[in-house]
Design a protein around this ligand. Structure first.
Ligand code: SAM
Length: 350
């Protein structure tokens, strides 16, 4: 059976205290058990948890129920014996270390996960799906290992039933390195969030980005074929301004603060709203509320970057979540992707 009285979650190292404090409030039946950097586990009081449970966390990138600890492939296979028959998705991934992902030596990162995954696939090819990307209802076997730059300190073996509270890739999402031609790190942030959220953006859909300069996120959206309206008094990178894609899509710069944008400057319909302003989230949310209302119900999704740079903002998170819940989305999820620093993403699906 895919149930357990222990759960695990992975998250960035610097937010460990906030991650645990939030769960004490929102999931009081979880009692902190043990941790490694980037990985926390909890004992569940009361009933066993099923693999499809949802963890109410704003910081977790991946989570599931725990099956136990292993040091070798045969122990992983032993722990997974009790799971239902049929092919499992295999997610082997490395814990975060306390170094921002884009400052880590890229050659090392991921090597341990790749070799453990290859060994498990070779050992039991009939038990695992060849591709890791999880779809709805897939049962995923998670093997969480130490970062390749650190000594091997044993593996946590767990599982989760995939649903929209999870990213589809091992560990929720893998870091997407910054291409040379990207104007800013925001390119990685938006790519990772879109992949974690599994959002299907279609060419010629329209996106509004509040806080678009210099343009990494806009460039990622343009590359997916969207028309992008970027709101920012700051200068946009010329490559974004000049962009002309195979779909004929373009970038339009509204070079004024968000409060000064007139409805007539926006397209009649827009499907996607992004907000990445360097303002306190309570202030940024005012603009989000306005541009959500101006979309006249046509939104498909929104990605809101929430700057979380001090204890005050962390303490305000419940109120922020309440305001975000009133934006009319069918579903709101939160996560912190590898490229985030003092920020998390609220991901809304309409
Ligand atoms: C983190 S940067 C955005 C990065 C951008 N998303 C990218 O992809 O490169 C934050 C931006 O918010 C903009 N900003 C701050 N206040 C704003 C406001 N009231 N309206 C629009 N943009 C604002 C700043 O000018 C700055 O360019």
């Amino acid at each position: 059976m895919a149930t357990s009285t222990f759960v695990w979650a992975t998250h960035q190292v610097p937010v460990t205290r906030w991650f645990k404090a939030e769960l004490r409030q929102r999931a009081p039946t979880l009692h902190f058990a043990y941790a490694r950097p980037g990985l926390s586990t909890f004992k569940v009081s009361g009933e066993m948890l099923e693999a499809d449970f949802a963890l109410p966390s704003s910081f977790a990138r991946a989570y599931g129920v725990s099956l136990g600890r292993a040091r070798a492939e045969e122990e992983v296979m032993g722990l997974s014996e009790g799971l239902p028959a049929g092919r499992l998705r295999l997610h082997v991934f490395e814990r975060d270390i306390d170094v921002p992902v884009d400052e880590q030596a890229p050659a090392a990162r991921g090597q341990r996960a790749a070799s453990v995954r290859a060994a498990l696939l070779a050992r039991a090819p009939e038990r695992f799906a060849a591709e890791p990307a999880a779809g709805p209802e897939d049962l995923v076997l998670d093997v969480v290992v130490a970062h390749a730059s650190q000594p091997d300190d044993g593996w946590l073996v767990g599982c989760h039933r995939h649903h929209r509270g999870h990213g589809p890739e091992p560990g929720g999402v893998t870091h997407v390195p910054l291409p040379e031609e990207a104007p800013s790190r925001a390119w990685c942030k938006v790519e990772e969030v879109l992949r974690w959220a599994d959002f299907a953006l279609a060419p010629r859909e329209r996106a509004i980005e509040i806080g678009s300069a210099p343009g990494g996120a806009s460039q990622a959206l343009l590359a997916r074929g969207l028309d992008v309206f970027g709101i920012d008094p700051g200068p946009m990178d010329p490559r974004v301004l000049r962009f002309s894609g195979p779909h004929g899509n373009r970038f339009v710069h509204l070079g004024v603060p968000a409060a000064k944008v007139q409805r007539s400057q926006l397209p009649h319909h827009y499907e996607w709203l992004l907000c990445d302003v360097n303002l306190a989230p309570m202030v940024a949310l005012r603009y989000v509320e306005r541009f959500t209302a101006l979309a006249h119900g046509g939104l498909k999704g929104a990605v809101l970057t929430l700057k979380l740079n001090d204890e005050g903002v962390f303490a305000a998170l419940p109120r922020l979540r309440e305001r975000i819940a009133k934006l009319g989305a069918r579903e709101v999820r939160y996560t912190q992707v590898p490229s985030h620093r003092s920020e998390i993403a609220a991901i809304l699906r309409y």
